[in-house]
Design a protein around this ligand. Structure first.
Ligand code: IPE
Ligand code: IPE
Ligand code: MG
Length: 252
């Protein structure tokens, strides 16, 4: 099991965001949905900057879910195209600013060029340590859990792993974000209050923050509001409020 954290900091180490509301942002302006996705890329840039300024260590963004393939083929095609062009355009700048890029999710369904671009970007930025930016693309929380289960089951069937050795720590270690701090703050823009198959396991003890603001309107100030909300909460991890307060006093 991951460390049992009791010391609390005002700044989340790991922020994970469901960037929702691009389509509605565009529709309100009587523009095609794609205009909303493009505007969304600008918001991504803002929020990366804001996170770096606040001292957030990891920012994970949900860009495309395993269910988003159900959208009209034209929109899916545009989203893939946008991902590729944004990647090409931004990677150098990310690298110069000390940001390490990682992509999680099943990339086997992407085109060759996109896959190569992702690999290149990951290789180039691997040693950067100002901020880790994780893009979840063709990612699904259930999909990830099923894949890990298959891997562990295969190891067990091959006699390499005792079933009793599969505990929370062993299971967590197989997940995509295993080497990164746990998610402290989850943000969803666009007004819906659901997880939509995002990081199901990893969100177990994240603080949840929902805002009606549509993703293209989410800026540094909105991020600061979310972080302020996070700072005002007491995370108990199963303990009593009194225990947590006492531990905080002891540490202070
Ligand atoms: C989020 O915005 C972006 C993706 C899912 C790729 P939406 O496209 O879901 O926007 P709404 O929810 O239709 O407004
Ligand atoms: C979640 O948004 C996925 C991403 C932001 C990539 P959706 O817009 O796809 O979620 P639902 O369908 O409203 O739950
Ligand atoms: Mg949506």
């Amino acid at each position: 099991m991951s460390a049992d954290p009791i010391a609390q900091s005002a700044v989340p180490r790991h922020v994970a965001i469901i960037m929702d509301g691009n389509g509605r942002w565009a529709e309100r302006r009587h523009r095609p949905r794609m205009a909303g996705h493009k505007a969304g890329v600008e918001a991504v840039r803002e929020v990366i900057r804001g996170c770096a300024e606040h001292g957030v260590e990891v920012l994970t963004l949900f860009a495309f879910s395993t269910e988003n393939w159900r959208r009209p083929a034209e929109e899916v095609g545009w989203l893939m195209h946008l991902f590729l062009t944004a990647l090409k355009r931004e990677v150098r700048r990310l690298h110069e600013r000390g940001i390490a890029l990682r992509v999680i999710g099943d990339r086997s369904r992407f085109g060759t060029e996109l896959r190569e671009q992702i690999e290149q970007a990951e290789r180039l930025t691997r040693s950067n340590d100002r901020l880790t930016l994780v893009i979840a693309a063709n990612y699904g929380g259930r999909d990830e859990i099923v894949r890990v289960s298959q891997r562990l089951a295969a190891a067990a069937a091959a006699g390499e792993l005792a079933p009793e050795a599969i505990d929370e720590a062993r299971f967590s270690a197989e997940l995509a974000l295993a080497d990164l701090p746990e998610i402290d703050l989850f943000i969803r823009t666009g007004g819906e209050q659901r997880i939509s198959n995002f990081l199901l396991w990893q969100l177990a003890y994240a603080e949840l923050y929902f805002t009606d603001r549509l993703w293209p309107d989410f800026d540094v100030e909105a991020l600061s509001e979310a972080i302020a909300s996070f700072a005002s909460r007491q995370r108990r991890f199963g303990r009593t409020g009194q225990q947590v307060a006492q531990a905080a006093q002891g540490a202070g």
